[in-house]
Design a binder for this molecule. Structure first.
Ligand code: ATP
Length: 468
C-alpha cells in the first residue's frame, strides 16, 4: 500500500471503542439492527427517529454544497433497477468482485484483505493462488485451513416480471454512478449545461459484501452521494485536484477534526485499468484509517464504453473550439451512511462537569437532529406549559425543534447534550412575568435571557453564523 499523506501522524480516534457509539445509537434512537424482533439480518441497519434526521441533514448538506450553491452542477434521481446491459458494459458483471477465501472445516467465508496479516497486500498478491499458503493464513475462528482466493461478485440479483428465468435477470445497482452516465445526454440537452459541468445523485446502492461490519461502516444496503464532473480531457488533472480539496474542506466545514482526515493515493496496481488517478479521503475510525470517500479521474472510460455498447453517440460538441469529443470524468464518490457515521463519531466527547460525566455530541447545527429543545422548568404550571407550546408552534414552522418535560431540568439538559441539540430554551416562572426565556448553549453551557418573541430569530442567527 502506498504511504498516506505524510503530514498525518496518528491522532487516535475520537472515541476508543466503537461499542460506545453503537450503544448510544441504540439507546437514543439513532440506529437499530434491521428486523431485530426476528434476530436481525446481517449488515442491514435501520435509522431511528434521530438517525433519520442526522442522515437527512448530511444528505442535505451535501446537496447544498454540490448542487444548490453551484451554477455548474445539476441533480438526478435515477432508478435502482437498470437495464442489465448497463452492468455488462460497465464491467461490473465481469469484475465487480472481492477476493474470497473459505475455511475448509467450518466453511466461514472471509474477504482476504481483511484477514489479520493480509491487510496490506497489493492487488496482484490478492489474486495470487499461492498467497494463503505462502503467508500461512488460517481461519480466525477455528484455525482451519483456508482455500486459495477466488473472485466473488458483489452484485445482488433479482428477477423482473413474473418469470424467474435468466432472461429476466436484473441487478440491484451496486453504485449510483451508472444512472448518471446513461442519462448524460438527457441531462446535458435539457439543462443546456456546457462543460465543465456535473451531475449529482444521492441514492441507495447494494453490495453483497463478503465481510460487512463495523456497524454502519460496511453494509449490504447503503446510500451513496456521487457526483460526476464532465470536463475537457486536458482539464481533468486540474479539476481532480480542485475536487479533492473541495471535498476535504466539506468535511472540515461540517466539523470533522482535520487531523482525523487524510488522503491516500491508490497504487498503480490498485487503480482500475482506465483510471488516471484515484485518491481516498480516509478518516481515523476507532478501527483504523478507512476510506470515507473516493475521488477518481476516470478518463473517457464510462461514456466511451456506453457509447460503444449502446451505439448512441455520447460525444459532446464544444462550440468554443468546434470539437467533438467524449468528455472525461472526475468523480467524487461518498457514502451517505459512512459520512453520517463519521460525523457522529467525530462529534462524540466526554467531559467532566462539577464532578459528573457529561456526554456531548458536538454536531454542527446544520447536522444536529434537533436544533433546539423547549423545556419547562415546572411542568405542573399550566401557564409555563402553555408558553412552551406557543414557542414550539413558532419554532417548528422553520426549525426542527422538540419539546420535553419528562425529567428534571438537569437531566433534560444532559439528554439534549447527548443527542447533540445545540440550544435549549427553558421557560421558568420568571418568564411569565418578564416575557423572556433562558437559552442555553450546548458547547459553552452559557445561558442567556432572550425575549420570547426573539427566540426564533436568535436560533436562526446562530445557525447562520455556524454556516459562515
Ligand atoms: P471499500 O474499499 O471500502 O469496499 P470501495 O472502494 O469499494 O470501498 P467505492 O466503490 O469507491 O468504495 O464507493 C464509494 C463510497 O461508497 C465509499 O467511499 C463509501 O463511503 C461508500 N460505500 C461503499 N461500500 C459501502 C458499504 N458496503 N457500506 C457503506 N458504505 C459504502
Amino acid at each position: 500500500m502506498p504511504p498516506a499523506d505524510p503530514a498525518s501522524a496518528d491522532p487516535g480516534p475520537s472515541v476508543a471503542s466503537l461499542d460506545t457509539i453503537v450503544s448510544l445509537s441504540k439507546r437514543r434512537g439513532f440506529v437499530f439492527p434491521s428486523s431485530e424482533i426476528y434476530g436481525g439480518i446481517n449488515a442491514v441497519w435501520d435509522y431511528g427517529p434521530l438517525g433519520v434526521e442526522l442522515k437527512n441533514n448530511v444528505k442535505r448538506a451535501w446537496w447544498r454544497a454540490m448542487v444548490q450553491e453551484r451554477d455548474d452542477i445539476v441533480g438526478l434521481d435515477a432508478g435502482i433497477l437498470m437495464a442489465p446491459q448497463v452492468w455488462v458494459t460497465s464491467g461490473h458483471v465481469a469484475s465487480f468482485s472481492d477476493p474470497l477465501v473459505e475455511c475448509e472445516t467450518c466453511h466461514r467465508r472471509y474477504r482476504l484483505d481483511e484477514l489479520p496479516g493480509a491487510e496490506n497486500l497489493s492487488q496482484t498478491e490478492l489474486q495470487d493462488p499461492t498467497i494463503v499458503a505462502r503467508l500461512g493464513l488460517k481461519c480466525p475462528a477455528d484455525a482451519g485451513p483456508l482455500s486459495a482466493p477466488r473472485r466473488f461478485n458483489l452484485m445482488f440479483k433479482t428477477y423482473m416480471g413474473p418469470l424467474e428465468e435468466d432472461a429476466a435477470l436484473v441487478y440491484l445497482r451496486p453504485e449510483t454512478a451508472q444512472g448518471i452516465y446513461v442519462n448524460f445526454r438527457n441531462v446535458q440537452a435539457t439543462s443546456r449545461k456546457k462543460i465543465p459541468f456535473g451531475i449529482a445523485q444521492v441514492g441507495k446502492a447494494f453490495r453483497n459484501e463478503i465481510s460487512p461490519g463495523n456497524f454502519v461502516f460496511r453494509m449490504r444496503e447503503f446510500e451513496q452521494m456521487e457526483m460526476q464532473y464532465f470536463v475537457r480531457p486536458d482539464a481533468a488533472a486540474g479539476f481532480f485536484e480542485e475536487w479533492l480539496e473541495r471535498r476535504r474542506s466539506w468535511y472540515h466545514r461540517y466539523g470533522v477534526t482535520p487531523e482525523r482526515l487524510r488522503t491516500r493515493e491508490h497504487a498503480p496496481d490498485e487503480l482500475a485499468h482506465y483510471a488516471r488517478k484515484a485518491v481516498d479521503l480516509e478518516y481515523r475510525f476507532p478501527f483504523g484509517w478507512k476510506e470515507l470517500e473516493g475521488i477518481h479521474n476516470r478518463a473517457d472510460y464510462d461514456l466511451g464504453r456506453h457509447q460503444e455498447a449502446s451505439g448512441q453517440s455520447l460525444e459532446y460538441y464544444d462550440t468554443a473550439s468546434d470539437e467533438h469529443f467524449i468528455p472525461w470524468i472526475v468523480e467524487t464518490s461518498a457514502g451517505g451512511d459512512r459520512a453520517a457515521f463519521t460525523f457522529l463519531i467525530d462529534a462524540y466527547r466526554e467531559e467532566e462537569v462539577r464532578g459528573e460525566k457529561r456526554v456531548v455530541l458536538g454536531f454542527h447545527p446544520d447536522l444536529a437532529p434537533y436544533k433546539v429543545a423547549v423545556l419547562p422548568l415546572l411542568k405542573k404550571r399550566p401557564e409555563i406549559v402553555e408558553l412552551c407550546g406557543r414557542i414550539m408552534f413558532d419554532l417548528r414552522r422553520d426549525i426542527m425543534a422538540v419539546y420535553d418535560d419528562t425529567a428534571s431540568i438537569g437531566k433534560l439538559y444532559r439528554r439534549q447534550d447527548e443527542i447533540g441539540t445545540p440550544w435549549c430554551v427553558t421557560v421558568d416562572v420568571e418568564s411569565l412575568e418578564d416575557g423572556a426565556v433562558t437559552v442555553r448553549d450546548r458547547d459553552t453551557m452559557a445561558q442567556e435571557r432572550v425575549p420570547v418573541e426573539g427566540v426564533k430569530r436568535f436560533i436562526l442567527d446562530r445557525m447562520e453564523a455556524a454556516r459562515a
